[in-house]
Design a protein around this ligand. Structure first.
Ligand code: SAM
Length: 261
């Protein structure tokens, strides 16, 4: 018999998936039903009214209910209390996964492993061998690998600047970024083939672009506004203050005019 906590989690997960699927059918719902979010977010940080961060774990009342709410959960803070990693709002994750428009056998590269939850959803649907995921923080990578293995999922997860991609497994059919970018990094554009779909947060939106045979990509923003933690380079912190944007509603990326800095 499962322990009570597992039963509660399974019930909450079933309700969570039903809510995600209300008025919206998606093949990704099976992956959300398959992967326990609490395994990837055993603790998170919540800010109180005074701005103080408090850690919340399974021992705290309301933990599971929050894990199965449509809420972003802050999972890492730097020494100044600035969030450096999180598990995104599930509904936004679903919108981004839907926008990828994957088919069986597609290979996907993810920039921003974080907790490993999105990598788990990808591997659950597409198979572990078809998923590569990078995080700039080696500690997060270690934790994500452990949690993925507990779920019997073994995508390739590595520490490094996800903007460089992972050429050894290229070309990819799809790319998803879960850290905020200023543009599609040129090395990623070079690691997809024509027709590949790239879904990436740019500014205060999520761009969905399709790669052309010229190594460029063009598309549109998803209707949902979103803001993700800015991409950082190894050894640096997210530069929230540096974001200024002048993007059109129809994003178009050409490697030579795009600086990832
Ligand atoms: C919103 S979180 C990712 C959420 C994640 N997909 C999940 O399911 O938990 C953004 C992540 O991007 C990572 N990140 C920031 N800059 C990066 C970079 N240059 N390369 C790879 N990962 C990066 C951060 O360390 C952080 O873990």
């Amino acid at each position: 018999m499962s322990p009570p906590n597992n039963i509660a989690a399974a019930e909450l997960r079933a309700r969570f998936v039903a809510a995600l699927g209300e008025g919206h059918s998606s093949p990704w719902l099976a992956a959300f039903a398959d992967v326990p979010r609490e395994r990837f977010v055993p603790t998170f940080h919540r800010q109180d009214g005074r701005g103080q961060w408090n850690e919340v774990s399974a021992a705290d009342p309301g933990y599971l209910e929050t894990v199965y709410a449509d809420t972003a959960l802050t999972t890492q803070l730097d020494e100044h209390g600035v969030p450096t990693s999180s598990s995104s709002e599930p509904r936004l994750m679903l919108a981004m996964l839907d926008a990828l428009n994957v088919k069986a056998g597609d290979t996907v590269y993810e920039l921003g492993t974080g907790t490993g939850y999105n990598a788990a959803l990808l591997a659950s649907r597409l198979g572990s061998d078809n998923v590569v995921s990078a995080d700039v923080d080696p500690e997060l990578v270690q934790l994500a690998r452990k949690r993925l293995a507990q779920s019997r999922l073994h995508p390739l997860v590595y520490a490094g600047d996800g903007a460089e991609g992972y050429p050894a497994r290229a070309p990819y059919d799809r790319i998803i970024a879960t850290a905020g970018l200023r543009c599609i990094p040129p090395p990623l554009l070079a690691q997809v083939q024509e027709g590949a779909v790239i879904v990436a947060p740019i500014g205060f939106g999520v761009a969905r672009v399709v790669a052309s045979d010229k190594g460029e990509a063009a598309g549109r923003f998803l209707p949902t506004p979103a803001f993700f933690m800015p991409r950082r380079t190894p050894g640096t912190k997210p530069a929230f203050a540096a974001w200024t944007f002048g993007l059109s509603r129809r994003p178009r990326f050409r490697p030579r005019t795009c600086s990832t800095g």
